[in-house]
Design a protein around this ligand. Structure first.
Ligand code: SF4
Ligand code: SF4
Length: 243
């Protein structure tokens, strides 16, 4: 049973409470989460390793060079974006912890600095995306605003074969359950109009032959999703061995 790293041990703090200078918060007697876990699921690393983009995951020796040079982690201050850590969690099969980062994983901007610098030849960018795909395909990661935007974007594109920005905005707002103030809508509408990107309304342009193309593309997307879900559900061999 792997022992998870120190940062995963979260102290369950009670409220700070002091009476007559005596700490009665209970922190002195704090229980911590156990460091030995039995709920690890190595199907993640099996699945990632079996994908063409994820087959270098086993080479990672956790040196941290990728994270140290990652622009999202360093330049943009997104500390929770940590490719070394994502790979580590996948390697030990700690899916529950990975799910906490299901949204952050997709913040990778594919600059490939990590790939250039990795001393072990790990295709870090691809491995990180493959881990994200696993979480998505397994259907166990919570749906994020990015997922909802993807859904709205795909539906919008499938509708006429060309993006209707105004419609996309409306659908996304509906999915998110929020409403943009009228003045902000006017400002955005005017900017889209001036840039010539406002393809909306019944008379808007439609991609030629889209009526025939649409079912083909829709079928492909559904087939791809079905295949990824089925593959992510595939069980590890009963003896627990690696393929
Ligand atoms: S630089 Fe390469 S070997 Fe080092 S932690 Fe990142 S992926 Fe792993
Ligand atoms: S490709 Fe992604 S993970 Fe690698 S350095 Fe760039 S942002 Fe970071």
């Amino acid at each position: 049973m792997p022992i998870v790293e120190k940062s995963l041990v979260r102290v369950q703090r009670t409220e700070q409470l002091e009476i007559d200078g005596i700490d009665v918060s209970g922190d002195w007697n704090t229980f911590i989460e156990p460091r030995v876990r039995a709920d690890l699921d190595l199907r993640i690393v099996d699945w990632v390793r079996a994908q063409p983009q994820g087959d270098t995951i086993d080479r990672c020796w956790q040196c941290g060079t990728c994270t140290a040079g990652c622009c999202m982690h360093t330049d943009y201050g997104l500390e929770e974006f940590n490719p070394r850590y994502f790979i580590y969690l996948a390697q030990i099969g700690y899916e529950e912890e990975l799910q906490r980062y299901a949204q952050a994983i997709w913040r990778c901007v594919s600059c490939n600095k990590c790939v250039e610098r990795c001393p072990k030849g790990v295709k870090v960018e691809e491995v990180v995306h493959t881990i994200g795909t696993y979480l998505e395909a397994s259907g166990r990661a919570p749906e994020t605003p990015a997922d909802r935007f993807d859904r709205a974007y795909t539906d919008n594109l499938l509708d006429r074969g060309i993006l209707d920005e105004a419609q996309l905005f409306r659908s996304y707002e509906k999915l998110e359950g929020r409403k943009t103030p009228g003045r902000e809508l006017l400002r955005m509408g005017a900017a889209l109009l001036l840039s010539g990107r406002l393809h909306t309304g019944p008379l808007a342009h439609r991609t030629k032959g889209w009526r025939r193309m649409r079912p083909v593309l829709q079928g492909l997307l559904e087939e791809d999703l079905r295949r990824r879900r089925a593959s992510a559900r595939t069980s590890r061999p009963a003896d627990g061995s690696h393929p």
